[in-house]
Design a binder for this molecule. Sequence first.
Ligand SMILES: [Zn+2]
Length: 317
Amino acid sequence: MSEIICCVCHQPVGPEAKRLGGRAYCERHYAKVTQDRPGAWRAGLGHILGQVAFVLLVVVLVSLFKPTLTGWSLVAAGLVLALIPALIWLIFFYQQDRLEPEPKGYVLSVFILGALLAQAVGIPLLEDVFDVRHWLPIHPWVNLLGSILVIGFTQEFLKYAAVRYSIYPSAEFDERVDGVVYGTAAGLGYATMLNVHYVVASGGVNLQVGVIRIVVTALAQASFAGLSGYFLGRAKFEDEPVWWLPSGVALAAILNGLFTYLRGELTTTGLGLTGGGFNPWPGLILAAVVAGATFGALFYLIRRANRLTLAMSESQT
Ligand SMILES: [Zn+2]
């Protein structure tokens, strides 16, 4: 029989080692995997409110001061707005992280990896190779299916890969909640690059409409990547079937596509309340609700898994 090793640090452990879903753990990592990390959750939920507050602040300031920016100053203002959502999350995360520190360099590296994959693969693939902008609008069903199968799968696979092939195999990925934390970081990196492209391609944006779109993109990309990160966390610490990880990416891709489609419908019809025309606000409400529901559900699932594990280990002793 082969040697029994801890599934996190790969150190040999005795045959009487603690088990969890068929995996063996050393004492240290068994204690670690079940940590709830309330700080990470406060950052996950708190940043959603922070993003909405940021939108309201920009909208109010622009209405009060009516800045007349043109050309490069407008692009520069847009770029600053594009960077702030990720900064808001990082500030929340680093603030809450003091009590239960996560190696900050890794979080930042995964964020940068998400941004690089968007720049090098995701954006060229969707814009140049699949050329989605030109065929998605031809029919509502084409739009919905294309949003899921082409945009959703491309974006969610890349964000998943940013975690799966970097931090995931390492011993630093040692708590159930880590998948969600690193997934969120990859999602925000991806979103930041999308937003930079949006600002540059539009040659600067209407600041009020622009800040809403920037925050909607950040919230959505972070939520869906957090979801596939949850699947990664489960796969690392429990024996899951081979279809488990592909299902996580598929679920994130379906939600991503549905969200993209629904946001398009809501913002162009304005929920039917304004008699047509473009209205970005329903998109922001949708993104905040989706982000709140996603992080809330993941928080609940991980807390429940941790409680069950602890109850089980107490009944064994
Ligand atoms: Zn270990």
